[in-house]
Design a protein around this ligand. Structure first.
Ligand code: HEC
Ligand code: HEC
Length: 347
């Protein structure tokens, strides 16, 4: 190929990629992302190997709240996933057995069943796989191994009976995981004001919340990453969140993939019930939603790794910031109590 032709080829490649990049940069500002937002589907997917039954869910619930799952009987799942705090942890990073501090903020378990990948770094592919993580994690429930938990629960008469009723056999680590995962699949919070608005109830959002939604989809570009039924793309991004707390460095998704580009990336969290789950981000760096919005408005933070190209200063007015926070407050759904109240009223 003569030199001139190579140069022309390069020129066209450059031109095409430049125009692609500029389209990509203009899109998030000019397009409305409304079509990608949606109400919460009534039930999360259930794996064929672990079908839901009432008895299994009830057993999972008992296990979730039972501190005897931890090595010294002090820490249950609910110790860090606190029901009154939206099943998240009001502490910036969780404290496990013996007061040991972990490095990350406990995300809400509400609606986690809709996420294909669990944890801030997506290292577990299902709820069943997730459950067994904390049991032997030295800074969480600190059991030396699975056999010791199984042996402990097998000594408890009611557990022997209930595992037999549900699974037709005694306690096993897989059955503990299946029961807890089944319970977690019931921790869903539909019918938030936002969902009701999306389903056509135009007065479900206040005027400030409607303005906030428009910023969320438009000028704020939030919906580029916070979309779909969970208000999360399920993908991993680096916003430059300041690393605070016990870990001086957290490489995030990189620990799972070992791709350099994943350094400092964390899974986009759901924003459902976000009003209940302070503090925020993987390390609990921000105490309030106002602080989170200020962080985005400033174009995110400093990071030694590559920051997401979508994170840039937003130039929001004071009013726009407060509208955005009002919108975030519309994402709290119905709790179990409210659901059963409605069910008893209408059926
Ligand atoms: C000592 C505190 C602690 C205990 C006890 C604990 N967790 Fe967690 N949980 C966390 C933290 C911290 C994370 C985030 C860790 C990470 O992403 O690396 C987490 C993550 C999760 C997630 C992932 C949610 C998501 O959106 O990705 C689920 C589900 C979960 N925990 C359920 C449980 C269950 C079930 C138990 C009991 C068997 C349990 N946790 C016990 C602190 C705790
Ligand atoms: C580039 C993708 C992206 C964009 C754009 C984005 N977010 Fe996020 N958001 C994330 C990720 C990733 C995290 C977690 C980051 C971390 O912990 O390091 C997060 C965390 C949050 C949290 C904390 C939730 C929790 O449970 O801790 C809130 C609130 C939030 N975002 C709201 C917004 C708002 C409001 C906007 C628009 C102004 C926005 N986000 C824009 C990806 C994004």
């Amino acid at each position: 190929m003569p030199f001139g032709e190579v140069a022309m080829n390069k020129f066209w490649t450059l031109l095409i990629s430049l125009s692609f990049v500029s389209v990509m940069m203009i899109l998030p500002c000019s397009q409305s992302w409304g079509e990608s937002l949606s109400a919460l589907p009534p039930a999360p997917p259930v794996p064929s190997g672990n079908l839901q039954t009432a008895a299994k869910v009830a057993l999972g619930k008992t296990l979730f709240f039972d501190p005897r799952l931890s090595v010294n009987g002090s820490v249950s799942c609910a110790f860090c996933h606190v029901p009154t705090a939206g099943y998240g942890d009001p502490k910036p990073v969780s404290l496990g057995v013996g007061g040991k501090r972990g490095g990350r903020n406990a995300p809400s378990v509400l609606n986690a069943a809709y996420f294909p990948l669990q944890f801030w770094d997506g290292r577990a592919g299902s709820l069943e796989e997730q459950v067994i993580g904390p049991l032997t994690n030295p800074v969480e429930m600190a059991d030396p191994n699975y056999q010791s938990i199984v042996a402990r629960l097998n000594k408890i008469h009611v557990y022997r009976v209930r595992f037999h009723q549900v699974f037709g056999s005694g306690v096993s680590i897989d059955h503990i995981a299946q029961a807890i995962a089944s319970f977690e699949r019931t921790l869903v919070t539909p019918n938030s004001p936002y969902d009701r608005f999306m389903m056509g109830e135009t007065n479900a959002l206040s005027p400030a919340q409607k303005r906030g939604l428009a910023i969320f989809e438009g000028k704020g570009r939030c919906a580029v990453c916070h979309n779909g039924a969970l208000l999360s793309d399920g993908a991993f991004h680096n916003l430059g969140v300041p690393q605070v707390g016990t870990s001086s460095v957290d490489v995030g998704r990189y620990a799972v993939t070992h791709n350099m580009s994943d350094k400092g990336r964390f899974r986009t969290p759901t924003l459902r019930n976000v009003a209940l789950t302070a503090p925020y981000m993987h390390d609990g760096a921000f105490r309030t939603l106002g602080e989170v919005v200020d962080f985005y408005d400033a174009g995110g933070g400093k990071t030694p790794y590559a920051k997401d190209v979508l994170i840039a200063p937003l130039h929001l007015s004071k009013q726009e910031k407060s509208d955005l926070v009002s919108f975030l407050n519309s994402l709290s759904g119905e709790t179990e109590k409210q659901k059963s109240y409605h069910a008893s009223r209408f059926h």
